[in-house]
Design a protein. Structure first.
Length: 83
């Protein structure tokens, strides 16, 4: 059973890497800087962090991760639910 946990962790890491590659090197560096600042960020820095995180495609990442481990294929609608 522990091997399956290692395999799941590796698959999630590969998926995360694909999403991180959506950022260029300067964006990745800036994302790391902002993440280290934590609660000490200004309003403009928080907006910048939101912009950088949006580039990563968090919904697509969450869907892809859930789909990867779901026993049945999930259907991606691509938009927001309820619209």
């Amino acid at each position: 059973m522990p091997f399956l946990k290692v395999l799941a962790t590796a698959q999630t890491a590969v998926l995360a890497r694909r999403h991180l590659q959506r950022l260029d090197s300067s964006d990745r560096r800036r994302l790391a800087e902002l993440a280290r600042r934590g609660r000490r960020m200004s309003g403009a820095e928080r907006d910048e962090l939101r912009r950088l995180l949006a580039k990563l495609g968090p919904r697509e990442f969450a869907f892809a991760a859930a789909d990867r481990f779901s026993p049945m294929p999930l259907r991606w609608l691509g938009g927001r639910s309820g619209r």
